[in-house]
Design a binder for this molecule. Structure first.
Ligand SMILES: *[C@@H]1O[C@H](CO)[C@@H](O)[C@H](O)[C@H]1NC(C)=O
Ligand SMILES: [Ca+2]
Length: 361
């Protein structure tokens, strides 16, 4: 009994490792003037589609789609390209101080991976600091059902030996998985970066209070480097100085496409230790699509002058609705990759099941 418990435990640890290797991908991408003219370039749209289809949730910035055709076209392209998933989007209003220049925040997401459970357009009305932002955060709350229902989705449920362990709650073992989280987007105004980043801290506090949640991620093109955020100003940014905030994209990172520049403009910051624990270690990074898709610098710049940044959340293996024999893993890897891991996982499961039966005979 004791050794079988140990075996079971090591099996569970194995499961946790596997899910860590997969993960749920959140991305933030400044599309640099995305609108009518970009949507007419088919190679650009194809590259954008490939990039965004890697993500379970992707924040798009600099969407300037005044004719309201480019975004539907992008969604259409995504749904035709990746038929394994269904993509949908939520978008903010057009935001900006000047009538002639406005941008939208857009969250593109896989409907099978998340549901939107809340939207909040920050009103920028903080007493003493009214109108802090040019593009006020459009805050969205997501529920990731496949990662959330710990006891329901766990494959152990269907194992015969479950009878022996019925009393055991497995949830503590899986506590590093996040069920619901909030994303606060921001594309700062370069010349006001210090001020706007500092004000994001106020947005964070309001959202935590309003939705009674600690699982908050702030992400986007923060312009948080080079000439726009001087070293001496960082002590005035509460998003940097306050405790309990984890900057996942290091300062030395380059999120710019141009070979001549190296700046960590685009960032991902998580709030709270438990959200930080739900992150796959070292998974936060820019996605160098120029290198991945073998584009020239010129071709890449037609797509954007920024790389997207991305991070993986730990994910749970999931039992398919028809039950026992097949397992699917929610995740975002390329399909072939996913299948390999899936079959590895299945053989691991069968092996440990057999071993356990032998031990308990
Ligand atoms: C910078 O912020 C101030 C006040 O917060 C605002 O009046 C000004 O227009 C901002 N600059 C730009 C370029 O948006
Ligand atoms: Ca404002």
């Amino acid at each position: 009994m004791r050794s079988s418990s140990l075996l079971l435990l090591s099996f569970l640890v194995g499961v946790c490792d596997i899910q860590g290797a997969l993960g749920f991908r959140i991305c933030a991408f400044n599309l640099h003037h995305f609108g009518d003219s970009k949507s007419k370039k088919s190679d650009v749209m194809q590259t954008l589609t490939r990039i965004i289809a890697r993500c379970d949730v992707c924040l798009l910035q600099e969407v300037r789609d005044s004719k309201e055709k480019a975004l539907p076209q992008l969604l259409d392209s995504l749904n035709r390209y990746d038929t394994d998933h269904v993509y949908d989007a939520v978008a903010s209003e057009r935001l900006g101080r000047s009538e002639s220049y406005k941008e939208q925040y857009v969250f593109v997401y896989r409907t099978g991976a998340v549901t939107v459970t809340g939207e909040y357009q920050y009103p920028d009305d903080l007493p003493g600091d009214v109108d802090a932002f040019s593009r006020e955060p459009f805050v969205v709350r997501f529920k990731a059902p496949k990662t959330g229902e710990c006891s329901d989705t766990f494959p152990l449920k269907m194992m015969k030996i479950m009878v022996m362990f019925k009393h055991l709650s497995l949830c503590p073992l899986l506590s590093s998985v996040i069920k619901e989280f909030v994303l606060i987007p921001q594309h700062t105004t370069p010349t006001n970066t210090t001020k706007e980043l500092d004000a994001l801290y106020d947005v964070l506090q309001r959202v935590r209070k309003m939705w009674k949640t600690e699982n908050v991620m702030l992400l986007g093109d923060f312009n948080a480097d080079c000439g726009y955020l001087a070293k001496k100003n960082r002590k005035h940014v509460r998003l940097i100085t306050e405790r309990n905030l984890y900057w996942l994209i290091p300062d030395k990172t380059d999120t710019t496409v141009r070979a001549a520049t190296s700046c960590a403009y685009d960032r991902i910051v998580v709030h709270g230790e438990s959200f930080d624990r739900a992150i796959v270690p070292s998974s936060a990074k820019p996605f160098n699509f120029q290198m991945e898709y073998q584009l020239t610098e010129e071709q890449a710049l037609e797509v954007s002058d920024h790389y997207p940044v991305e991070v993986l959340l730990k994910d749970l293996p999931k039992v398919t609705s028809n039950g026992a024999s097949s397992l699917t893993l929610t995740g975002t890897q390329e399909t072939a990759n996913q299948k390999t891991t899936q079959s590895k996982f299945l053989s691991l499961f069968v092996a440990s099941h057999l071993a356990l039966q032998m031990l308990t005979q």
